[in-house]
Design a protein around this ligand. Structure first.
Ligand SMILES: [Zn+2]
Length: 425
């Protein structure tokens, strides 16, 4: 049964969709790709789904490698923890829109933001809905672990999760939490800061140009606040994994270099930004947030040369990894898989990225597909994407998300651009 399920999921994931293509202006050349407009249901059907026998079952039995990460089964503090070996759902978001009137003002970015983002209010409704439906947050790093097999070779295993009885695990990730320059005038938070209460907040400006420090305008403090109000949503303290590029710094701090020109004054400014972001990183880590790579330049891993990917990866490690620490998580820009965008391929780019410490490789899809590779120590997985494209999707698309929320109750058509809503037609 598991083999069949694997094959089915594998086939489904080939119906690849919109990728993580946060619109960006004035970025490196590879960023210039316009947001793809293809709606999920328009994607080509799988042409080359693997025969069932080519999909090996996941290793069994599952191993619990670090019992301190997840509690064992049994009753603790009045809560019964039960083993869970099912699918771990995974949703990802881009930064959320704090001020729809700035985001959806009809400028060149408006439709891209409509496609790939949700508003802060929509995001709050999604959190409430997944909470109401019995999901609890888990850390992506706790779902799979690396072990050494009997043959002496390392490989990944899926851990058994012990969850409060009846609950379902959910990973959240947040792409491009860099607060790019183009976002500043488009209704997003400008940066994360530590507020007067010592908690992570966002800093930005409202449509009148007034400075605003808030915990209600950005996905990260909104989730922090939600967990404070609903602590059982995060039984192990997990929040989400922040997927960072490097070309405009991280978390709203301009920590990047520029190879075209670099002066002592620029470097001094950069060092100031580095010192300013350090306490933000430390507080995020302390409160359950983790970090992954989204490549330095938001590059296409399916088509770029190995040499340029090596240079990009080194730059990410130098400028971002040096600040956030080691990570085993890589989120593909545009959802594009290495070596020609074929998930079954373990080509030179994939092998190189794995050699740099990455073990969990995340794309984008129509379900939370995951697959432990058997020819290299790595796991690949897909994430669903609550955003305008899927909130506006057909009945079929709404069905993919129906276990999390009813898109018709989430989407705020009073603030979004007047564009097609497929489930209405
Ligand atoms: Zn992205």
């Amino acid at each position: 049964m598991r083999r069949l399920l694997c094959a089915l999921l594998a086939a489904l994931t080939l119906i690849s969709l919109t990728a993580c293509s946060a619109p960006a202006a004035g970025d490196p050349p590879e960023e210039a790709d316009p947001p793809q407009d293809a709606a999920p249901e328009e994607a080509d059907p799988p042409q080359d789904a693997a025969p069932e026998e080519e999909i090996p079952p996941e290793p069994e039995p599952y191993a619990i490698l670090d019992p301190t990460v997840m509690p064992e089964g049994g009753v603790r503090d009045g809560v019964t923890y039960a083993a869970y070996d099912g699918i771990v759902e995974h949703l990802f978001f881009h930064p959320v829109v704090a001020y729809p009137e700035l985001a959806f003002d009809g400028d060149a970015q408006a439709n891209g933001i409509d496609d790939y983002m949700v508003t802060a209010d929509e995001y709050r409704k999604i959190l409430q809905s997944v909470y109401d439906r019995g999901f609890v947050l888990v850390d992506i790093a706790d779902v799979w672990s690396e072990v050494t097999g009997e043959d002496g070779q390392p490989h990944m295993v899926r851990n058994t999760l012990y969850l409060p009885e009846g609950k379902k695990p959910l990973i959240l990730s947040f792409d491009d939490t860099n607060y790019y320059e183009y976002m500043l005038a488009n209704g997003f938070a400008w940066k994360l800061i530590i507020g007067e209460d010592g908690k992570i907040a966002s800093y930005g400006k409202d449509p009148q140009g007034q400075e605003v420090i808030s915990r209600d305008e950005d996905a990260i403090p909104i989730l922090d606040k939600f967990v404070e109000e609903h602590p059982d949503f995060s039984p192990f303290g997990a929040k989400g994994c922040l997927s960072l590029t490097g070309y405009e710094g991280i978390l709203g701090y301009r920590t990047q270099t520029d190879t075209r020109s670099w002066t002592d004054a620029q470097e001094a400014e950069r060092q100031k930004e580095i010192e300013a972001v350090k306490p933000i990183i430390a507080e995020l880590k302390r409160t359950g947030w983790t970090f992954g790579s989204h490549t330095w330049g938001h590059i296409r891993l399916g088509t770029k040369s190995l040499e340029s990917i090596q240079a990009d990866t080194q730059r990410w490690l130098d400028e971002v990894g040096s600040l956030v620490g080691p990570t085993a998580i890589l989120f593909y820009p545009h959802g594009e898989r290495p070596d020609g965008n074929d998930w079954q391929n373990t080509g030179p780019v994939f092998r190189y990225l794995q050699s740099q410490g990455f073990r969990v490789f995340c794309s984008v899809g129509i379900n939370s597909f995951s697959y432990i590779k058997n020819d290299i120590c790595a796991v690949i997985c897909d994430r669903l994407h609550p955003d305008g494209t899927t909130l506006r999707g057909s009945e079929k698309v709404l069905g993919w998300y129906s276990q999390f929320y009813d898109a018709r109750e989430i989407i705020d058509l009073t603030v979004r651009p007047q564009r097609e809503v497929r489930w209405m037609t």
